[in-house]
Design a protein around this ligand. Sequence first.
Ligand code: NDP
Length: 449
Amino acid sequence: MGSNLDVVLDRDPHELEFHQAVGEVLDSIEPVLERNPHYRHAKIVERIVEPERVIMFRVPWVDDQGQTHVNRGFRIEMNSALGPYKGGLRFHPSVNLSILKFLAFEQTFKNALTTLPLGAGKGGSDFDPKGKTDVEVMRFCQSFMAELFRHIGHNTDVPAGDIGVGGREIGFLFGMYKKLKNEFTGVLTGKSLNWGGSLIRPEATGYGAVYFANEMLKTRDDSIEGKTCLVSGSGNVAQFATEKLLELGGKVVTLSDSGGYIFDEAGINEEKLKFVKILKNYKRGRISEYIEKYPEAVYTPADGRDAHNPLWDHNADCAFPCATENEINDIDAQNLINNGVYLVSEGANMPTTQAGVDIFLENKLLYGPGKAANAGGVAVSGLEMSQNSMRVKWTREEVDAQLKRIMTNIHSTCLAFSEEYHVPGNYVVGANIAGFVKVAEAMIDQGVV
Ligand code: NDP
């Protein structure tokens, strides 16, 4: 195992997030390699850590003042063993190759777990949509797509949204693709409902993370009902995780953005959540504005020098990190446990550091890693692709039932693999092995390509 990770470390020494994601998977799959020497012979690990293709390009655009800006665009086409490359686009100043490669690598296993015919990819730009006008965002998206369109297609590579890429951006990207290619296909998912989008796609990641949590709780004859929950983020995933938690009788007391977090001891009810949705999705405001409307809540600004995140230091039963990577470190993990949290379901990708994960596992928390718990988003993207190909539209109830079925199935698959490999209840090992075996078998079938 060490030697495979060493190759990755040596090849790309600065890609720390990518090393973290690869290291965790390689640790888990060691016993699978022992049992299956033909995987070693076929160099599956060496191949799976290397993207099939990395595309980097210049994205020049002009702001409302007539100033020219140059951002960097990326698409990582990671693995196509199971289907067309599939994974979101992220627009955030922190975007670089390491972050996108970690996300694309995670996506490989996540997409395999959905059981849908989806390969893996990820992309984006270091462009920051925050503070930009709609027209500036449109110009940027058009310039981004003016290069990306050559590399994607509904049978080749089907991007979706991620941080900073929501319905507005998908619309502008789709419009430009359609103009350049002169074809209307399901080349992107997360489209608007009236031009090819799927019902439940916006809700899918957040709802799915809660369905996964509920499945974990069922193993202890428990449910979300009456549970106090900490949620981070206030974007797409956080909003719909909160919505589903409320629907199932949970109480959500926190939300955050990169500026800080709010703690509302009385609970964020439906009315308050509606306020947050309008604030974030239409006014594009800051979560700090919540306390202007609901002064009984407390806002704590983020302090970059703090060694831990105070959001995770409140009494609760369950935690749903839904903002970004590495937002829970070992101190936060210990704080969660000290405050009574016994379930963590990750809406975000890799929100917990390796040291934090180790603490969760040692303490036998019900811990659903992102690649299993947040797979609902890409699963419904897969369902959007099916509906586009068939030119049909399924009802909300049909899609939600399929999402629930897929999340239940991912949960039982992870559990079964954790038992088969003698670490029952370890969803990290279960998810990594289940995803890896599926992709590895397909790669073996398809030869050395
Ligand atoms: P959004 O852009 O809708 O929301 C992101 C939220 O996280 C915002 O509240 C944002 O605050 C906050 N955030 C982003 N970066 C940071 C940071 N560096 N520090 C603190 N807060 C931060 O994105 P999504 O909700 O779509 O994505 C959230 C997470 O879920 C990501 O990890 C993403 O990869 C993952 N995910 C998303 C899926 C989807 O379907 N959308 C599918 C699977 C996983 P601010 O507004 O201040 O930037």
